[in-house]
Design a protein around this ligand. Sequence first.
Ligand SMILES: [Zn+2]
Length: 173
Amino acid sequence: MLPWAIHMDQKWNGGTNNGISRLASCANTYATQNFQPVWYQGPPITNGLEATNLAMDQFTQLIRDNGFRLASPAKIDYQIPSPVTSSTIRGETSFSQTRVPLSFVINPTQLDRIDISPITLSGSMFHAWLHRSGFQDPKTTSYFISEAPMCVMRGYQAKVSAASDASFYQFFD
Ligand SMILES: [Zn+2]
């Protein structure tokens, strides 16, 4: 998960741990809704910066629990959605903070398409991981679960009118 690693390094900021990653900065610009995972009970999360930091810490939790086999084994299933959609990778929203298996359902039809770039698939995987982290859809403009992955898909650049949000989030599930 390269975006996770880059975020952690930029936030660590040489040891101060107060840096703002490019991912967090981008998500803070565009995300305005659904900042909190469903299991979250702390102080209200009110912006994309806080949400990104929380999500990346939760990724750390997921990686740790799966790496140390504290979660039940992750399953990667392959299934064509019925009815057919442009979804690439689906992750169910987790209602638990710990011991969450990193399970996914991959749409083999979409994976076979050579016109879907690796960065697009990275964003889709990011969206699926956010579900496993407890974040919820809708997968549309302004929602954290869409805006943060779209930041990755744009290389953390600002939005341009030529590329619609829908052209990115059509691949989410
Ligand atoms: Zn979704």
